[in-house]
Design a protein around this ligand. Structure first.
Ligand code: EPZ
Length: 418
């Protein structure tokens, strides 16, 4: 079990290159199951979740070959296994995304029912309801989702909630269904748009991604594509906050600023100077951090994946900040660890009231989920003294070389293997 040790108080300055987006890469790599050609992927981030999804795809019979740094090719010609194990799905909930492709290609699927995780129950009822509407027969038995169909048929589907992976699963299934599918009340996240673009590159006929209504005209087969994964907007937001927290000046390179409008506006309100130029963002911290309120919302609202990181900034605010987590039911776990570092945060239901304090003190803390662990790194960078972060396997799921990137910006941060 590795841990990260940070000696806080350094002002971060310099340049950082953003990695490919985990939440775009996962569905896109899985979409390789939809064709029996060889798909090529570039700018794939080196993350544990990527290793997990590659292992999952190989387990299904796909051939995954590393072709260079951040590049790989996947061939699903001999993809023949329709079962994924509990072990695989337990590690990574996004494994549920194989359901659509399995039904579309093999007409059957046996996927372990994904359990919840630290941040919530994470149900998949909307995925299953949508696939059933396309004609899949689904039963849940012994902790497995068992599904089969003769041929998926287009249908009109309304999502009770704009689920991101729900829209992605259904787009992939409907791409090879017979007839037209209309998905309504869809998630508008950039990762949904990215997957639709990749599927269209493979020959799918998808319109409306990024709007609440997505139309998919089923085709007979899809051909392989070559794709570069888009930059990770959550990593960008994390580095902007790192600059704001440490009175730093960071040039964040290779981003897509349009994916971060809600975050950029809110961080400007909190007193950071943010200069956007093409696909680079310069983030400059200022002495005073202004308290500001947020409510996390589906895109284009303030992203839930940035809530924990923003909360750390508010710990240094000049007043009181109200933070409301409206997407997941249990995504305030990081509060107790921040309070151990001297923060003044009170939680009531899914709301946190953050009263700014003069400083945080370094302490041994425990990561609990991916974004909470990123918030503990940020807190350690800004705190006085030494912070030791345990269980950083959570961090390794979604941040590539995070300690190397912060160290290059002047942070005193190191990873030790225990
Ligand atoms: C995706 O998760 C992301 N993961 C999450 O990022 C992100 O936080 C989330 O979208 C919201 O933006 C990936 O893309 C791999 P949802 P997803 O389905 O698709 C409820 C990270 O840290 N819901 O949009 O699982 C659900 O309970 C991760 O990178 C149902 O009720 O999220 C939640 O309250 C964390 N039934 C809400 O919708 C369903 O069938 C949002 O879930 C599906 C979802």
């Amino acid at each position: 079990m590795d841990k990260i040790i940070i000696k806080g108080g350094k002002s971060l300055k310099g340049e950082v290159k953003i990695s490919g987006a985990k939440n775009a890469a996962l569905p896109i790599l899985i979409s390789s199951l939809l064709t029996d050609g060889t798909c090529k992927y570039n700018n794939v981030p080196a993350l544990n979740d990527i290793k997990s999804v590659n292992f999952l795809l190989e387990n299904l019979g796909a051939k995954v070959v590393k072709t260079g740094a951040g590049s790989l090719s996947i061939n699903s010609e001999n993809f023949n296994n329709h079962k994924t194990s509990y072990e695989l799905v337990r590690k990574m909930r996004a494994s549920i995304l194989v359901l659509g492709p399995l039904l579309a290609r093999l007409k059957k699927a046996e996927v372990s029912f994904p359990g919840g995780c630290a941040i919530g129950a994470r149900p998949v009822d909307l995925h299953l309801k949508g696939l059933a509407a396309l004609g899949a027969k689904i039963e849940i038995k012994n902790g497995y989702i068992k599904a089969f169909c003769s041929q998926l048929k287009g249908a009109d589907i309304y999502f009770d909630f704009p689920t991101v992976t729900g829209a992605e699963n259904l787009m992939m299934a409907a791409s090879l269904a017979k007839g037209t599918t209309v998905l309504k009340n869809c998630a508008k996240e950039p990762e949904v748009i990215e997957l639709a673009d990749v599927l269209n590159k493979m020959g799918a006929k998808i319109k409306g991604a990024g709007t609440p209504t997505i139309e998919i005209i089923g085709v007979k087969e899809l051909k392989p594509a070559e794709v570069a994964i888009m930059p990770d907007r959550i990593e960008v937001g994390t580095f902007i906050i790192a600059a704001a927290l440490t009175n730093g000046d960071i040039l964040i390179k290779g981003c897509a600023p349009k994916h971060l409008e809600a975050v950029i506006n809110k961080l400007k309100e909190a007193g950071a100077d943010i200069i956007v130029k093409n696909n680079n963002i310069r983030a400059i911290g200022n002495k005073e951090i202004k308290s500001a309120d947020i409510k996390t919302l589906p895109y284009p609202g303030f992203p839930t994946d940035m809530q924990a990181q923003f909360m750390v900034l508010m710990c240094f605010g000049n007043g009181v900040s109200m933070i409301e987590e409206s997407v997941f039911e249990n995504r305030l776990i990081h509060v107790s660890e921040l309070n151990r570092m001297g923060a003044d945060i009170k939680v009531s239901g899914n709301k946190a009231m953050v009263k700014g304090v003069k400083f945080l003190s370094g302490a041994p803390v425990m990561a609990s989920d991916l974004r909470a662990s990123a918030s503990l790194v940020l807190a350690g960078l800004a705190a006085k003294g030494v912070t030791e972060i345990n269980r950083i396997y959570h961090l390794d799921r979604g941040y590539e070389n995070i300690e190397a990137k912060f160290s290059a910006l002047g942070a005193d941060i190191k990873r030790i293997s225990v």
